[in-house]
Design a protein around this ligand. Sequence first.
Ligand SMILES: Cc1ncc(COP(=O)(O)O)c(C=O)c1O
Length: 384
Amino acid sequence: MTIPGFTSTGSKRPDVLFGSATGMPRSMTRAEGCRLWDGAGTEYVDMMMALGAVALGYAHPAVVTATSEAVRAGTVGSLPPTLELDVAERLTAAIPGAEGVRFFKSGAEAVAAAVRVARVYTDRERVVTCGYHGWLDWCQSEPGVPRSVAALRTEIPFNDVDALERAMERAAPVAALVLEPVIDAAPEIEWLQAARAVADRTGAVLIFDEIKTAFRLALGGVAQRYGVVPDLIVLGKAMGNGFPVAALCGCKDVMHAATRTWISSTLATEFASLAAVRAVLDVFDGEAVVEHLEKVGAVLFGGLERIAERYPGVFARVRGIPQMCYLHCTDSTSWESVAAGMARRGILCKFAAYNFVSLAHSDQVVERVLQQLDRVAGQVEAAC
Ligand SMILES: Cc1ncc(COP(=O)(O)O)c(C=O)c1O
């Protein structure tokens, strides 16, 4: 195979999407709105929305126009683009606590930069984490990660104040407390506030990894929605509506530590992705994107709850929040049958990780998805 373990994006691997089901779409050629087309030209309604990388819909006209102009303007040059400053200023105005911004190409890179900055700022090494923060060494214990690097990190469960406080005490002195603020459920405000308080008390840098939640729950993510402001916020995914861009934002003091280490990447400031961010910010300014995602997400979430109740042999419960949710199946194989059954009906859904609604998903589209899911679940339960 020319791409070992096809594909380079692990969460799009055929076995991750459909298990061992055969005849499933393996690759795609184009996408528009909430639909995509596979290599054979078959159309699908997409509920996964590129792992949450797109919240306005695929090929959103404002993003297409802005990025096409950026490509015509040369894409890169030997000086930093004025666009970098423009977009950074827009982000500092929109994101809670953001007084400085650095751009990156991937979420993993941006969170790694946040941790590097925190280590420089505190002159400490240990980190306490909750959630997924990308594939890089600092936050993994996979084969190939040096044990000495993995030993610097303590992982804590979500929404558990006691575990958070215990871990911060045991791991002291801690450079960074890095939280993914939504994991299969909404955060408890007490947990977020406890994180803020323990970071203040111990001198750790509080980092919210808002790669999935910013530009979705609110433009400024959970920090804005819950009013708990971390020292650093990491943005990605929906911010670029499909373009490769992420950002680290935060308070001036901590961000300044970025100048005392080496954090840099050749294409971090290419125009197309920055133009995409500016176009996305314009759309958020002009349209009620957050409200739409919440409203259409509520239709999806409510429908999934009803289906989970109707087919207890197939589904355990709904996980997530309206804007990003999925049905958790009762056993490790029934999800394959449901995912494959839905794909055969022209709908791509996930059952072990989030589906994401977008501005392109109407109530009607979601209702149709729910009707089809009801039928497929009925067939799978009858076959159990
Ligand atoms: C919360 C969170 N942090 C970090 C990452 C890594 O981002 P990327 O895949 O762009 O490197 C992801 C990706 O799913 C994520 O959801």
